[in-house]
Write a protein that binds this ligand. Structure first.
Ligand code: DX5
Ligand code: ZN
Length: 223
């Protein structure tokens, strides 16, 4: 499959969220990535249900919700009801990760599990068959506009290898510090969903940037 591009709303102008969503609709973006932060799991607070509910009727593409919150199991159904098509929880935030993944799938959403930069892929190896996606963080979660952490590439390669060997249909999403300067490298390592916040919304021409990210032609050989 061709890789997917998921621009992150976190880098958009919050005074004009409807314009950002319209831009996503009119672009070649595949998903809209929505970062939910609780000020506990990460040292920042972003937005929650009311914002998702406002975005949902405007958005014509899948909503990819990245939960950087503790105890996400308490809120799965509410995020689903607020419009989430993909719900990703952090492995580090879930004591009963397998159970949370089943809960997400029962809600009707696709289930993703995210790994912080220091968390090894071994954390997901025993639930790889159960998830739709693994999100490899390439920055410490909490803020947009950070520098890409290159050790993420190794994790992506290892995960891709594992997914290929087991012949699974699991997406690898990578999030943080991605832009035109390193997207090809990330795709070559084995990613097939790229999140890009600042690189898209702070660009002079976001639609063209999304087009260029989407046009990179290396991934088809990998997945
Ligand atoms: C960071 C968020 C990212 C963030 C990426 O905690 O998970 O999705 O928006 O922003 P950039 O692309 O600017 O690093
Ligand atoms: Zn994110």
């Amino acid at each position: 499959m061709k890789h997917l591009i998921a621009p992150s709303l976190l880098a958009a102008d919050f005074g004009h969220i409807a314009d950002a969503v319209k831009l996503i609709n009119e672009s070649e973006a595949d998903w809209l990535h929505i970062d939910v932060m609780d000020g506990v799991f990460v040292p920042n607070i972003s937005f929650g249900f009311p914002v998702l509910k406002a975005v949902q009727p405007l958005l014509q593409k899948p909503m990819d919700v990245h939960l950087m919150i503790v105890e996400p199991e308490k809120y799965v159904q509410r995020f689903r009801d607020a419009g989430a098509d993909v719900i990703t929880v952090h492995a580090e935030a879930c004591v009963h990760l397998h159970s949370v993944v089943q809960q997400i799938k029962s809600s009707g959403a696709k289930a993703g599990v995210s790994l912080n930069p220091h968390t090894p892929i071994s954390q997901v190896l025993h639930i790889l068959e159960d998830v739709d996606m693994v999100l490899v963080m390439s920055v410490n979660p909490g803020f947009g506009g950070q520098k890409f952490i290159y050790s993420a590439l190794d994790k992506i390669r290892q995960l891709r290898e594992e997914i290929t060997v087991r012949n699974l249909d699991v997406l690898i999403e990578v999030d943080g510090g991605i832009g035109l300067q390193n997207a090809e490298e990330v795709l070559r390592a084995g990613a097939n969903v790229l999140v890009a916040g600042s690189a898209v919304f702070k660009a002079e021409n976001p639609i063209e940037t999304i087009h260029r990210l989407k046009s990179i032609g290396v991934n088809n050989i990998l997945v």
